[in-house]
Ligand binder design. Structure first.
Ligand code: GLP
Length: 245
């Protein structure tokens, strides 16, 4: 794994955005995997500014999001589809029908898992996947214990993940209990992965990732088996890393 240390969140967002912009300019038909949560917001905002200033075009780009809450429709303000439209897609020239987020409000959620997995295969897989990390090492919504062979599936969210994400909702009770997520095997099939880690609250997760073993109880550790991963982490996140002092 290649490691880049950013000064702070702004720096991390700029470095990651520049990396994505360069890829989009080099490969206008890039298949880009996207993440939600607090961490990528600054990246998306940099992509929008660059699009407005420099005209970087996303006309040929196709995006695939990692996950979605079960039970929320795309127009629900807390859904990840809404988040993506609001924080990125509505402000760049991407074709909306080339943006894919799993559907959380379908009758047959198991069928949606298969459909989403097939969709990824039909498009030839993801070239560059953006990833965040949960405090417990989750990637996408793959919670500790998830099989490394997993494909897109429905998960029961852990209390710690629901608590961490409650900040986006009015109350903890409002946070859905299930999500649909790309599996670990799905994520690992991406040709390249950019993992973003920001803030003091992620220092234990980064430390465990850098120093720990590959262990399904810490899902992000599987990334050590991937041939092309770059971690961009800021100084605050590195604070807990023994290897980095
Ligand atoms: C969420 C998302 C993940 C995200 C992670 C970290 O639950 N499903 O894709 O990477 O948690 O989020 P944040 O960036 O807000 O810390």
């Amino acid at each position: 794994m290649k490691i880049i240390e950013a000064k702070d969140y702004q720096d991390l967002s700029k470095i990651a955005a520049d990396y994505i912009i360069k890829k989009v300019c080099t490969f206008p038909e890039l298949k880009l995997g996207l993440a939600t949560g607090g961490t990528p917001i600054g990246i998306y905002s940099n992509l929008i500014t660059d699009h407005q200033k420099n005209g970087t075009s996303y006309q040929g780009v196709t995006t695939f999001n990692l996950d979605e809450y079960v039970g929320l429709s795309g127009d629900h303000p807390k859904s990840y589809r809404y988040y993506m439209n609001h924080n990125l897609f509505d402000h760049i020239d991407i074709q909306k029908n080339n943006t894919f987020v799993p559907l959380g409000d379908v009758d047959d959620i198991q069928r949606e898992c298969t459909t989403y997995e097939n969709l990824l295969q039909e498009h030839g897989g993801i070239d560059l996947q953006i990833l965040g990390i949960g405090n417990n090492g989750h990637v996408g919504f793959n919670e500790p214990g998830t099989s490394f062979d997993s494909e897109t599936h429905v998960v029961q969210l852990t209390p710690s993940t629901r608590k961490a994400n409650a900040r986006f909702f009015s109350s903890l009770e409002e946070v859905p209990t299930q999500a649909i997520t790309m599996g670990i095997s799905t994520i690992m099939q991406s040709k390249e992965i950019l993992l973003l880690i920001s803030g003091e609250q992620k220092k234990d997760a980064l430390n465990r990732l850098l120093t720990g073993n590959i262990d399904k109880n810490f899902p992000a550790s599987v990334l050590k088996n991937h041939p092309n991963v770059t971690i961009i982490a800021d100084t605050a996140a590195f604070a807990g890393s023994k290897v980095h002092s």
